[in-house]
Design a protein around this ligand. Sequence first.
Ligand code: IPM
Ligand code: MG
Length: 374
Amino acid sequence: MTKYRIAVLPGDGVGKEVVEAAMIVLEEIALDAEYLYGDIGWEFWCKEGNPLPDRTIELLKQTDVALFGAITSKPKKEAREELAPELRDRGLEYFSPIVRLRQEFELYANVRPAKAYPVNPLNYRDGINITVFRENTEGLYSGVEFRPVSDNIKKALSVHPKFKRFMDVPSDELALSCRIFTRKGCERIVKAAFDYAEKYDARSVTVVEKPNVIRETSGMFVEIAREIAKNYPGIELWETNIDAQAMWLVKNPEDYDVLVTSNMFGDIISDLASQLTGGLGFAVAGNIGDDYAVFEPVHGSAPKYAGQYKVNPIAMIRAVKMMLDYLGEHEKAERLESAIEQVVQEGKVRTYDMGGSSSTLDVAKEIAKKYRGE
Ligand code: IPM
Ligand code: MG
């Protein structure tokens, strides 16, 4: 028996290539682990009508952690058209497998460190080191949506005076997406953010919402943040609105340490933070729950680059780094981080996004070399 069982889900397009790169690095790290490959992605939607087959869920349940590459998703109509003909009339709906994984495994903390590696030509500015804690299981991603909005739902909503002006809108001309927050959901993400801030000696945690307008959901989130902040006297709680925060991240990004926010706002603000620190080639996410975690690069499957071994594998290799930390392999994690730093700093082996012409696997090999100490 190995110490760890790690699920590997390459997915589609460049997902496969960056996972191959990650495995080069993992081979060098020589973790006492068994790697179990699982099916996920567009191919399985087309062939089986499910991009996340049950056997993959079962596989994940037998592992400690998963590494995930990337998948292709397409709008409703196209998804239906690409289904195998025998599956087409079954009323199957495409649902993002990564969103499903986050919810089914209760991976409530989406942790996105945006760090400006020294001398990265893609840095918007040096000295940025922001970690976004994005709630990962509820909010606008709850999936409770209606179109058309039937009469019984309209009736239920009519208890609210502000719904009056929508009452006469025809059902098929109304769409409704529910932003659902729970106390438990808010508490655990805020707590995760503060624990992280404490561990890394961060000065502040900024709660980013919009309670002046979205009074109930954002309001509850901020209230809970204030309660929880009391348990961390050494860390300042800052409160900002999501729109202003977007401006301030461009104006003075160095001032922020840890940001904590709900699902949709976190999706948006973490892309902004990523773009300040290298863009998609660097953007990484840990989907972390109490019992399981999935680590992934934020980028998609990039169909236009698939098969070319062109994309930057650093985001995926940072996912390996985060996984090592999650497993408690901190020494290996730090050594890997320093290997990445050295490769970025030397700038000899770079993919196209950084102005170079090296391949995905060349970058991985160079990082492995630095890990070895060469
Ligand atoms: C992300 C992505 C996903 C999300 C998509 C692919 C469903 O944008 O991980 O940020 O919206 O969460
Ligand atoms: Mg996103």
